[in-house]
Design a protein around this ligand. Structure first.
Ligand code: NAP
Length: 338
């Protein structure tokens, strides 16, 4: 019997998650919740969307794929109490000791269900895959997981300009909220890796935010980025022992290579590297478009995010109640075409 699935919000990831549910032999889409009033009543993947939370929670369903802009603890707790499992890329990758976790654990037990945070970065490249690869190594001295992306592939103007602060003067972008917004997720990844490797790290993570400016006016999918304004940013989260970095998660977002300082992207990719015995270096290709600017409305990184979330559903539905991470769940696999 198929697991009955509700899609919660139909942005980039939500729409791709609907595709993934429909392509999965063990899953059936039974409901869609939308935030925007104008989308209510429209068909999505064969079901009619609603913006009525009571109506969607009254549905008989096994799992909610929760992909709104920002996760809200009280809303997730309500879904869990309605006896629906929740899988999501918005957070809760390794949420021990984080705010609201007791409420979510209680809601899981009340509903007899599970909450699982998963995705790609964080939720894949920064902890699930490094930990899998770590089994090939001994004497692990340093683990690094790093994204190299051309941010011109990300078409969300409001996010890229107003939240990420691309195209702003460096002194304004220096106050970026991104280190903190992203850090809640990447910080959990770094701590998960440390705990699984049984490494006792210093309580505070070391963080940094570096920037490069455009050396000429750049014409981008989110509009003009004038010369002298921020056109590349690098965010780093590191776990240290005795001041030495032992685990590093890093994001490099560039708008091309006309930059000062002269940062180079060297091709879009994700990397996972071990300074260990043996020294291991894994590069993920295929999670970016072959040519910058292609497939903007079907971004491959977001596709992988949606797939990772949706493919976890059968395992999450079968898990014991509670907040569950990769350290608790069995190996999650995709499905072959029949
Ligand atoms: N972990 C990872 O690897 C990973 C990767 C990518 C994205 N993400 C996260 O996944 C989430 C979704 O990303 P996305 O690219 O799909 O974003 P998006 O395209 O901006 O879509 C978000 C959707 O949220 C709904 N929404 C907007 N404002 C809202 C509000 N005030 N309250 C509740 N819902 C609201 C809208 O749904 P309707 O259109 O249905 O009205 C909107 O389409 C984000 O939190 C993002 O950070 C995580």
């Amino acid at each position: 019997m198929a697991y009955r699935v509700i899609q919660w919000a139909t942005g980039n990831v939500g729409k791709l998650a609907i595709e993934a549910v429909e392509a999965h032999r063990d899953l059936e889409l039974v409901g869609v919740w939308v935030h925007s009033a104008e989308k209510a009543g429209q068909p999505f993947g064969g079901v009619t969307a609603t913006s009525d939370i009571d109506a969607i929670l009254a549905l008989n369903a096994d799992c909610v794929v929760y992909t709104p802009l920002l996760g809200q603890t009280e809303e997730v707790a309500r879904i869990l109490r309605s006896e629906k499992n929740v899988v999501t890329p918005v957070g809760w990758f390794y949420p021990k000791n984080t705010a609201g976790i007791a409420e979510l654990e209680a809601a899981c037990r009340e509903g007899g269900v599970t909450l699982h945070g998963t995705g790609i970065h964080p939720g894949g490249i920064t902890e699930r895959f490094p930990l899998t690869l770590s089994a090939l190594c001994t004497n692990i001295r340093h683990v690094r997981a790093e994204e190299f992306s051309d941010i011109r592939n990300y078409q969300a103007e409001a996010v890229v300009r107003d939240i990420m602060l691309f195209g702003k003067p460096p002194d304004e972008a220096a106050h970026s909220p991104m280190l903190e917004i992203l850090g809640s997720g990447f910080g959990q990844s770094v701590r998960m890796v440390a705990d699984a490797l049984e490494l006792t790290i210093e309580p505070e993570l070391r963080t940094s935010h570096e920037m490069a400016v455009a050396t000429k006016d750049l014409d981008t999918p989110v509009g003009l980025v004038p010369a002298g304004t921020v056109a590349a940013q690098r965010f780093t989260w590191q776990a240290t022992v005795d001041g030495e970095p032992r685990i590093t998660a890093r994001v490099n977002w560039l708008m091309g290579e006309d930059l000062d300082p002269p940062w180079k992207l060297g091709g879009e990719r994700f990397e996972v590297s071990f300074d260990a015995d043996p020294p291991l270096h894994v590069v993920f290709h295929g999670l970016h478009p072959e040519v910058v600017g292609d497939d903007l409305d079907r971004n491959r990184g977001l596709l992988a995010t949606a797939n990772h979330v949706v493919n976890s559903i059968p395992y999450v539905c079968d898990a014991e109640p509670g907040v569950k991470t990769y350290l608790d769940l069995p190996l999650i696999a995709g499905r072959a075409i029949p």
